[in-house]
Design a protein around this ligand. Structure first.
Ligand code: ZN
Length: 319
């Protein structure tokens, strides 16, 4: 259905529905013309879509905390090339949620990777707009972003090359490059466990109630990198984290090519891999790996118990 006005019940907002910045700040909005909703482009939130009257109505009541995290979610989705689409009630909360719980140390690593991405080469400055770019990582304000930048400078991971009232330009030090592009380390960093799995609603409980608690109970830190699958390309960030891990947990539920790739890469580096798969998908496992001793699980709790035992037996006692 093609309609001109996204809803007879609402007037188009004057500001970005997520961050509330006014049009004067460069926020652009238009009716889709194809679906019942708005296309928004905001210097802070990137590009995103709000679809349907339910979402439009809900957007007026979004709490400040939710809007701050959602702004980060929308901006980072835009940067990843897959702009956010909010299509039903409750979805905004779901998108925002992981951005509300980011660990400070993870956020700092992320900023370092942003600097590397923006500068591209050694000795080339990465320029950030302080008012617009704090959402590139999970920051709620310009001040928070500046705090992270200051710490990167204090640790000499970056050097400031230029500064203005609203801009900061920094370049990575050799130490900074080493962090972003770590040299292969035999054995990885003790205590780190990379989790390769299909990230979706269907597997969320398997991670939250199964893998993560099992890994922590065994005394390790679970590292997972949420990502949209992009032309089956494995981002550098994932390669770096696999190099850094002591071992890898791979869950093959969903049969994602990325999981096979990541498990194979870890094996090539000599890292132990713990293989898991939901019972109903065991027959679908790829031939080359189907002979591995998989933890076949039916419930997240079963996965937790068995994975914990397996980690104790194979990583702690033999490592
Ligand atoms: Zn915005």
């Amino acid at each position: 259905m093609v309609i001109d006005s996204y809803s007879p019940n609402f007037t188009a907002p004057d500001d970005c529905p997520i961050c509330k910045r006014p049009k004067a700040d460069g926020v652009k909005m238009k009716n889709s013309g194809v679906f019942d909703g708005l296309l928004i482009e905001c210097p802070q939130c990137g590009q995103y879509e709000l679809r349907g009257t339910e979402v439009m109505a809900a957007s007026f009541g979004w709490a400040p905390e939710l809007r701050r995290a959602l702004s980060c979610a929308a901006r980072q989705a835009t940067e990843a090339g897959e702009p956010l689409r909010v299509t039903k009630g409750g979805e905004a909360e779901e998108f925002a949620d992981p951005h509300m719980r980011t660990r400070v140390s993870d956020n700092q690593e992320r900023l370092l990777r942003e600097v590397a991405k923006k500068s591209g080469r050694p000795n080339r400055g990465a320029r950030f707009s302080l008012t617009n770019d704090f959402t590139l990582i999970d920051c709620y304000s310009k001040e928070e972003f500046v705090w992270y930048l200051e710490w990167l400078k204090n640790q000499e991971l970056v050097f400031q090359t230029a500064a203005g009232p609203d801009t900061a330009e920094v370049t990575l030090s050799m130490e900074g490059w080493n962090r972003v592009q770590p040299l292969p380390r035999p054995g990885g960093i003790p205590g780190r466990c990379f989790v390769a799995m299909w990230f979706s609603d269907e597997t969320r409980a398997a991670y939250d109630q199964g893998i993560e608690p099992a890994v922590s109970m065994a005394g390790f830190k679970a590292i997972r990198i949420d990502r949209k699958e992009h032309n089956n390309e494995i981002p550098d960030e994932i390669i770096a984290e696999i190099r850094n891990c002591q071992f890898l947990v791979a869950d093959f539920t969903g049969q994602r090519p990325g999981v096979y790739y990541e498990a194979g890469f870890a094996m090539g580096l000599g890292r132990p891999v713990v293989w898991c798969c939901r019972t109903d998908e065991i027959p679908k496992l790829h031939f080359d790996t189907s002979h591995k001793n998989h933890i076949a699980w039916q419930t997240p709790n079963e996965l937790k118990e068995r994975l914990y035992t397996r980690i104790r037996m194979t990583i702690l006692e033999q490592g």
